[in-house]
Design a protein around this ligand. Structure first.
Ligand SMILES: [Zn+2]
Length: 76
C-alpha cells in the first residue's frame, strides 16, 4: 500500500538520483579551451579547462545568476 509519504519519499529519491546523474555527466565532459557560448568565444584559463569548464568566467557567472533567479522548487 502506497500512502502520500511513500510517494513524497520516492519523489525525493528520484530527484536526488537525477541530480547525481546530471552531475556525473557534467564531470565526464572534457573542459573547453574557448567559451561554449557562441556569441562569446572567449579563451578559458587552462586551470578551468582542467576542471571541465564549458563557459568563460563571465558567461558562467551570468548563467549561474540567471539559474538562481529562475530556480523554483518542485519544478523539473
Ligand atoms: Zn563566454
Amino acid at each position: 500500500m502506497t500512502d502520500d509519504m511513500d510517494r513524497v519519499q520516492q519523489h525525493v529519491e528520484d530527484c536526488a538520483r537525477d541530480a547525481l546523474a546530471a552531475h556525473a555527466l557534467r564531470q565526464r565532459q572534457p573542459g573547453r579551451t574557448t567559451c561554449a557560448n557562441l556569441d562569446c568565444g572567449a579563451d578559458i584559463a587552462p586551470v578551468r579547462t582542467a576542471l571541465g569548464a564549458q563557459l568563460c568566467m563571465d558567461c558562467q557567472t551570468a548563467e549561474e545568476a540567471q539559474a538562481a533567479h529562475f530556480k523554483t522548487w518542485g519544478r523539473r
